[in-house]
Ligand binder design. Structure first.
Ligand SMILES: [Fe+2]
Length: 495
């Protein structure tokens, strides 16, 4: 594959039809190597650690991400297309153990057996490609990993998760929640967890006449389905994430519409069947966590949201605050064509909405002074569903300049306006949600962990930062030999 990607690196940027600006530059040297990392499954200690891992970091970190961007002779076009791998770092008194495995999805296994691509993916369609039972994508299990009961669940966009062994990462199979969901139930890649451990998730039905969203709640103690509640949507829109406060589930609906007919009958990829229609406006939809019932919904501007940050109820029972990262427009079109991503990445900013539930109105909508494309917001988990200040994200420093680019800043932002960041050196790219590892001795203190890939020499690392002083650079660098692809979402479970 390297010859192909080297050719792409040298020649394709100016020729690519999506890159229309003749002034387009290569703002990310060697970034094609991000998508050309051979997967080496392993279960081995990390032998080279620079710096010091704080002694309170004891527990298990998980990461999911896309990898392997070609199957047989089929090259993938989109960052979301790659087959999922799961990664585990186990932090103990005697060191750090790394486990890295493919998620053995139905798609991965069948395509391995056949030696060729069989299934259409999020951004790649091809002659004779298949859909899951003719109506959806076979999940590549590549977006997120979370523990629920005795499983680790690997989620993809809009499909059932795959259950993995939390220690070995061996794939146990499709997780149907004990048969309560069926193989074609839509389900997002972003579950939320209540204080009692119950899992909430949602699925979208893209029927053009009756688009709807179904909210599910599963009990932590016995896995039972507490409820499922279906709500009409104003349009059949792509919804990637949601957030919960202690008592409410909050959805930001962006007018990014999926023409499901074009996908099912027209042979288009999901990416090709999506269209941005900002004139239709965005909405906030708020449901009651207790029973899944509708509380209220309201217009919410005309921007796009991929990920929310946090939400919390106020002492006033009619008020809730919802924080999210708002983008000027959707970003999925910037995940292609591999390897030249984010050529025209939209600017974004953290946005805080305070909502009066009784009046069904936004009473405050304030944005932080931030102008970069950024993603993967994370908070101190002790602040979930509570008033808080700080959060962390990965930013793209060259937002606004035309040319391929990638995440290269670790950001620490606060709702009081403080901000700091660590800028990766030229040719180093960051990945993996900067998940927070709390210091149990000190409220608000801890570290954040993310990945780095040094594209110029092909080396990979995990980096740990003092969460409050990211600008000082990594506290510890955990070398990966060989590297692993940059992932999407991560989770951390302290002992
Ligand atoms: Fe996500």
């Amino acid at each position: 594959m390297s010859a192909t990607t080297d050719e792409l690196a040298e020649g394709s940027l100016a020729q690519d039809p999506l890159i229309k600006d003749p002034l387009t530059k290569d703002l990310a040297p060697a970034m094609e190597r991000l998508f050309d990392i051979d997967i080496v499954e392993r279960d081995a200690p990390i032998t080279h650690i620079e710096g010091a891992i704080p002694p309170y970091v004891r527990g298990t970190y998980y990461l999911a991400g896309p990898s392997q961007f070609e199957v047989g002779d089929q090259s993938y076009r989109h960052w979301l297309d790659g087959d999922g791998t799961a990664t585990r770092l186990d932090f103990t008194d005697s060191g750090v153990q790394l486990t890295h495995r493919f998620v053995r999805t139905t798609k991965w296994q069948q395509e391995l057996d056949d030696g060729r691509a069989l299934y259409r993916t999020f951004g790649t369609s091809f002659e004779g490609d298949q859909l899951k039972r003719g109506i959806g994508l076979e999940s590549p299990g590549n977006v997120s990993v979370f523990r629920f009961r005795d499983q680790l669940l690997a989620f993809g966009e809009q499909g059932l998760p795959f259950a993995l062994d939390p220690q070995t990462l061996d794939t146990r199979g499709v997780h149907t929640f004990d048969g309560r969901l069926n193989h074609v139930s839509p389900l997002s890649a972003h579950p939320c967890f209540m204080e009692n451990g119950d899992l909430l998730n949602f699925g979208v039905s893209f029927s053009p006449k009756q688009p709807s969203l179904t909210l599910y709640r599963f009990a932590e103690d016995d896995g039972s389905l507490v409820y499922r509640r279906r709500h009409p949507l104003p349009y059949p829109c792509s919804i990637h994430d949601f957030i919960i406060s202690e008592r409410r589930a909050i959805f930001f609906l962006s007018p990014y519409l999926l023409d499901v007919g074009a996908m099912l009958a027209g042979g288009k990829s999901v990416m090709e069947a999506l269209s941005w229609q900002p004139e239709r406006g965005s909405e906030l939809l708020i449901l009651d966590l207790e029973n899944g019932d509708l509380i209220t919904h309201m217009p919410a501007g005309d921007k796009y949201c991929l990920h929310l940050i946090n939400a919390f109820d106020h002492p006033d029972p009619n008020r809730v605050t919802v924080d999210l990262f708002e983008l000027d427009r959707p970003v999925y079109d910037q995940y292609e064509p591999l390897p030249n991503l984010f050529v025209d990445a939209p600017a974004g900013r953290p946005r805080r909405f305070v909502i009066d539930l009784e009046r069904g109105e936004i009473v405050e909508a304030r944005a932080l002074d931030y102008r970069l494309c950024a993603d993967f917001p994370a908070i101190d988990p002790r602040h979930s569903h509570r008033d808080y200040d700080d959060f962390w994200m990965l930013g793209i420093s060259k937002t606004g300049q035309s040319g391929r680019k990638f995440f290269d800043r670790l950001e620490r932002l606060s709702w009081q306006g403080r901000s700091s960041h660590w800028q990766a050196p030229e040719g180093t790219y960051l990945g993996g949600e900067p998940v927070f590892m709390p210091d149990p001795a000190t409220e608000g203190r801890g570290c954040v962990i993310c990945q780095a890939f040094h594209a110029l020499n092909g080396e990979g690392e995990f980096l740990l930062f003092d969460a409050q002083r990211v600008e000082n650079g990594p506290l510890a660098r955990l070398s990966l030999d060989p590297p692993i692809p940059l992932g999407f979402h991560a989770s951390y479970y302290p002992r």
